[in-house]
Design a protein around this ligand. Structure first.
Ligand code: ADP
Ligand code: MN
Ligand code: MN
Ligand code: MN
Ligand code: MN
Length: 372
């Protein structure tokens, strides 16, 4: 009965079939997950605590919670480079709550600040000081709108969809592109948009970017500390949705050297005074205040931004502060519509895609209105 096996020693039909079966199972994973997600939770509630780690990426873990008491929690900071091994507890203090788009009602996403055991905010907690500044200057009603650019990567850490060992055709057809061969992973982008809307994130748009594999979404306008909170949650959602689709996200401002656009976090800004009749004077005053703080701002605007701010590829030079109406080669762009109306907002084009929105929004405020 085993006679046919000996004639083909390198061919193992049972292993091959196992492989096929696994592939089929993988293809069926979404419906398998849904089977469990539909199960009754028996009155228990799940909270996914999200925090920002030392590298500026999101981390999360989940627990049961009671709605009347959202607890301070903790994690092992020595495993995230956020605390020494001998005193490793980092405390998670809840600061904002959102509906959970992955688990659905009644589960929640909890944005948390990181605090040490001694009751001080740890180094990577940029929210704490930002919130103080926003509180102090709340009367100006500061609005922010951030344009988050990012790049999808394949498992080989190359931009998703790029030919193996080569490059795609030069930039041109990809920005706001439509169709196969121009854009990739629109299903991920659309899923992320819906997840944000479900959670009440003030996401205001999305577009395919100049470099193939690169996309942008915008969050805003958001007032004060809300900007940093909502952008961090939107970043967490993108990482989480991309995980579902088996693709990676890079937040690096210059994923590919050479004649390929980098990725930024254009930061649109206005105060109550700038948004009303005669606002242009307040915009010009703010830009005069920002100029001498250029180097200080750049320090807050993300890592490796020198690779991006070259004065080419729609950027200003990292060495020099300048501004202009409708000019995308400047540090700051005043939108044409704002110049025409005489009031509105301005766009700081300097921040890199990997900048911390708490640091960006805080330095804008303190440069213009003064440190606390
Ligand atoms: P761009 O033309 O630079 O690509 P986008 O349309 O991508 O601009 O993004 C514009 C951003 O500006 C949006 O996030 C929007 O919420 C924000 N925005 C609009 N009006 C204001 C305002 N008055 N103050 C601050 N931000 C604003
Ligand atoms: Mn454990
Ligand atoms: Mn944009
Ligand atoms: Mn863009
Ligand atoms: Mn922009």
């Amino acid at each position: 009965p085993d006679g046919n096996r000996t004639t083909a020693p390198n061919f193992n039909p049972s292993l091959e079939r196992a492989d096929e079966a696994r592939e089929q199972k993988n293809a069926d994973r979404p419906s398998q997950v849904n089977k469990y997600m539909k199960l009754d939770q028996k009155g228990k509630l799940m909270a996914e605590y999200v925090w920002v780690d030392a590298a500026g990426e999101t981390r999360s873990k989940s627990r049961e919670y009671k709605p009347e008491d959202l607890p301070v929690w903790n994690f092992d900071g020595s495993s995230t480079d956020q605390a020494p091994g001998e005193n490793s507890d980092v405390y998670l203090r809840p600061c904002a709550v959102y509906p959970d788009p992955f688990r659905g009602v009644p589960n929640i996403i909890v944005l948390a600040e990181c605090w040490s055991a001694d009751g001080v905010p740890i180094k990577s907690n940029f929210r704490h000081d930002c919130a103080k500044v926003m509180e102090a200057y709340a009367d100006h009603e500061p609005w922010f709108g951030l344009e988050q650019e990012y790049t999808f990567l394949d498992h080989d850490d190359r931009p998703y969809g790029w030919p193996a060992g080569g490059f795609p055709a030069p930039q041109g057809p990809y920005y706001c592109g439509v169709g196969s061969g121009k854009v990739v992973l629109r299903d991920v982008v659309e899923s992320h948009y819906k997840a944000c809307l479900y959670a009440g994130i003030n996401i205001s748009g999305t577009n395919a970017e100049v470099m193939p594999g690169q996309w942008e979404f915008q969050v805003g306008p958001c007032e004060g500390i809300q900007m940093g909170d909502q952008l961090w949650i939107a970043r967490f959602f993108l990482a989480r949705v991309s995980e579902d689709f088996g693709v990676k996200v890079s937040w690096h401002p210059k994923p590919i050297r050479g004649d390929w656009n980098g990725a930024g976090l254009h930061s649109n800004f206005s105060t109550k005074e700038m948004r009303t009749e005669g606002g242009m004077k307040h915009i010009e005053d703010a830009l005069k205040k920002l100029e001498p703080h250029h180097a200080e701002c750049i320090k807050e605007y993300g890592e490796d931004n020198d690779q991006r701010l070259t004065g080419r590829h729609e950027t200003g030079s990292i060495e020099q502060f300048n501004y202009g109406v409708a000019n995308r080669g400047c540090s700051i762009r005043i939108p044409r519509e704002t110049a025409a109306k005489g009031y509105g907002y301005f766009e700081d084009r300097r921040p890199a895609s990997n900048a911390d929105p708490y640091r960006v929004t805080k330095i804008l405020m303190t440069s213009i209105f003064g440190k606390l």
